[in-house]
Design a protein around this ligand. Structure first.
Ligand SMILES: [Zn+2]
Length: 273
């Protein structure tokens, strides 16, 4: 599932090619992916609008439009955004929405599992209210003090806190497991019981693992590709995620998997405490 590094990589691949372009038409092939309006309303709102900028908030892609509104796309499990020539347009069996641009480009939203969402917001206030996202972990605002304030007094497992998008935006199962491994913390440790040194180590680990994920253009385990259809390379650098039974790269013990809050959590029981 695309997390911050994957969504940011998609953003970087699309932004230079779409900024300034005007949406010519919107065709919806699966109405269920449009949230908050009907497919007809979405098309009516978007057609003729110029894209000023493409930004990312957490795992959401935000197309800022020239009328102050925004188009927001959440890839969820298997969503892909692929930039293609519009004439002739080549659809995929999993194409759910097709955006055509005045320049002759088209953007295909393909989504095999159909969990992805396309939304329209009138202004930044309605967008912020609906997404209700926490701090961006790659922002300078994400400091040990900020993370310390988030964990303080919380009994829930640190892993589940890291996955809570209302607290920290953009982390998912893969990068949370990798960050906890780097910080040598077991995923089920109660968040409020971390020491200050552990909070500092975790803050640094989150920043490092996301920055590295970005540098390697994301993790492709199955579906993820960027806007040009290229896979990521960070899967080759994962230390514990998906590596149950393999030797821990730090201590040589076997990587283990537990199910925590319904999600697989990969960790090393020997060097994470
Ligand atoms: Zn180990």
């Amino acid at each position: 599932m695309p997390e911050l590094p994957e969504v940011e990589t998609v953003r970087r691949s699309l932004a230079p090619k779409l900024a300034g372009d005007v949406i010519a038409s919107v065709e919806v092939f699966f109405a269920g992916c449009v949230e908050g309006s009907t497919p007809e309303e979405l098309a009516w709102r978007l057609e003729g609008r110029r894209i000023l900028e493409l930004v990312r908030r957490g795992k959401y892609l935000v197309f800022q439009l020239d009328d102050g509104a925004s188009l927001v796309i959440h890839l969820r499990m298997t969503g892909r955004l692929i930039l293609i020539p519009a004439d002739p347009v080549e659809l995929h069996p999993h194409t759910r929405v097709l955006f055509r641009f005045r320049s002759g480009k088209a953007l295909r939203f393909d989504d095999q599992r159909k969990f992805g969402r396309v939304m329209w917001f009138r202004n930044s206030t309605s967008l912020k209210r609906r997404l209700a996202l926490g701090v961006e972990p790659l922002d300078p605002a994400f400091t040990a003090a900020r993370l310390g304030a988030l964990v303080k007094g919380r009994k829930r497992p640190i892993k589940s806190l890291l996955l809570d998008q209302k607290l920290i935006a953009g982390l998912g199962n893969i990068y949370a497991d990798e960050a906890l491994f780097r910080a040598r913390l077991l995923p089920w440790r109660p968040a409020g019981e971390l020491s200050w040194q552990e909070v500092e180590a975790l803050c640094a680990a989150i920043r490092d693992v996301l920055a590295e994920g970005l540098k390697y253009k994301g993790t492709t385990l199955r579906d993820y590709v960027d806007g040009d259809g290229r896979t990521g390379m960070f899967q080759e650098r994962l230390q514990v995620y998906g590596r149950e039974g393999e030797p821990c790269p730090r201590c040589g013990g076997a990587v283990a998997r537990v199910v925590l809050g319904g999600r697989s959590s990969f960790h090393c029981p020997r060097c994470q405490v």
